[in-house]
Design a protein around this ligand. Structure first.
Ligand SMILES: Nc1ncnc2c1ncn2[C@@H]1O[C@H](COP(=O)(O)OP(=O)(O)OP(=O)(O)O)[C@@H](O)[C@H]1O
Length: 359
């Protein structure tokens, strides 16, 4: 018989004072997998997480862990019986307990089993030398690792993490994220991680659920979400975008970069053609001529440099294509053409998206 997924959420609704903030969310997470709830502030990420923990009542829907119903309209298994671990932004360590005591605090086991589990986790989070330290003697990163070990100690079936890295120093964050991910994978727990940072979601997630206004607008592996966004806003959530506005005529949208296919869109439909700055190609002007059109890049358009800036690994060059259409290209390394320089821009056809415009 096939085993049930570690965590299943079915058509979850949750409201505060009659206002629905979670509107029909369904999700599945397997053991050892990380699902990131990603979205702007107020879209309902934390509320969803809190319903999984059993800290928030739902209006309707169902939550199951290893096939066992933990929340259903009118029934809620108390948080302590769900087998879930929680890590929030403030690690909330007990200041009067040592690192080892913090980790063993929630463990219900014999003294020797506790000692064994604490040793194992201290090793896993590289803090064996700090077992007798107190929270105030640890750096932010070390405190985060104690919080992780403490949440993992009872071997939770599901780990819930709400912006767990946002209080950490920028320079440390990447290393701590990678290490945390490794520890979570080794423990085979199913992880739901809330974040509003796309880079964090891309780095940590096996699956991203992109949320907006209480609903999931798109769900998939980071690569797929980035490369096949569901709509203009989904594309814009992950990077700056360029948008060319056009109107459909005969299933085609006419632009300065040639025609784009708009299959299934009736004549007169307004569409947005979306392209990320790194997918514009730049070429030099040769006596008023640009490069030849190709099937890969379509027709190039003449454009004038407005501004160029070097921002570290790459340069940002802003172009005026025509009145009302400004486009930005990113170019690796240093490329700083002067304002007024005439160049030619082309769009990588395999990297652009055509979306009907939303009102
Ligand atoms: N206990 C509550 N009572 C009333 N409204 C609430 C409560 N908790 C959350 N909300 C509202 O529900 C909506 C969703 O909040 P939630 O915290 O889930 O969003 P979020 O996506 O996690 O945002 P953030 O990233 O800012 O934490 C918000 O409009 C918020 O004001």
């Amino acid at each position: 018989m096939a085993t049930a997924p570690r965590l299943e959420i079915e058509n979850l609704h949750c409201a505060f004072g009659g206002v629905e903030v979670v509107q029909g969310i369904s999700l599945t997470v397997e053991g050892g997998d990380v699902l990131c709830l990603l979205g702007p502030s107020g879209c309902g990420k934390s509320t969803t997480l809190r319903t999984i923990a059993g800290l928030e009542d739902i209006s309707s829907g169902e939550i199951r862990i290893d096939g066992q119903v933990v929340t259903r309209g009118g029934y809620t298994l108390p948080p302590e019986h769900r087998g879930v671990g929680l890590i929030f932004q403030d690690f909330a360590l007990f200041p009067h307990l040592t690192v080892a005591e913090n980790i063993s605090y929630g463990l219900r086991a014999s003294r020797s089993e506790k000692a064994h589990r604490v040793d194992e986790l201290l090793e896993r989070v590289h803090l064996s030398h700090h077992r007798q330290s107190y929270a105030h003697e640890l750096s932010g990163g070390e405190q985060q690792r104690v919080a992780l070990a403490r949440a993992l100690a009872p071997r939770p079936r599901v780990m819930l993490m709400d912006e767990p890295f946002s209080g950490l120093d920028n320079r440390l964050r990447d290393g701590i994220r990678d290490h945390t991910l490794q520890v979570l994978k080794d423990e085979d727990t199913a992880v739901v991680l809330v974040t509003h940072e796309p880079e964090e979601a891309m780095r940590m997630a096996d699956q991203i659920a992109l949320m907006r206004n209480g609903s999931i607008v798109q769900q998939g592996a980071p690569y797929n979400i980035y490369n096949s966004p569901a709509d203009r806003a989904a594309a814009a959530f992950f990077s700056d975008i360029n948008v060319i506005e056009a109107v459909v005529n005969g299933a085609l949208a006419e632009t300065p970069f040639g025609q784009f296919l708009a299959p299934g869109q009736p004549d007169g439909t307004k569409v947005d053609i979306v392209i990320r700055p790194q997918h514009l190609r730049i070429d030099f002007d040769r006596a008023g001529q640009g490069p030849h059109p190709t099937s890969e890049d379509g027709t190039p358009a003449r454009a004038e440099v407005i501004r160029s800036r070097f921002v570290g690994k790459e340069s940002l060059v802003e172009f005026l294509v025509h009145e009302g259409l400004v486009m930005t290209a990113t170019v690796p390394n240093v490329f700083l053409p002067k304002p007024g320089t005439v160049m030619w821009l082309a769009i990588r056809r395999d990297r652009c998206f055509v979306f009907p415009r939303k009102p």
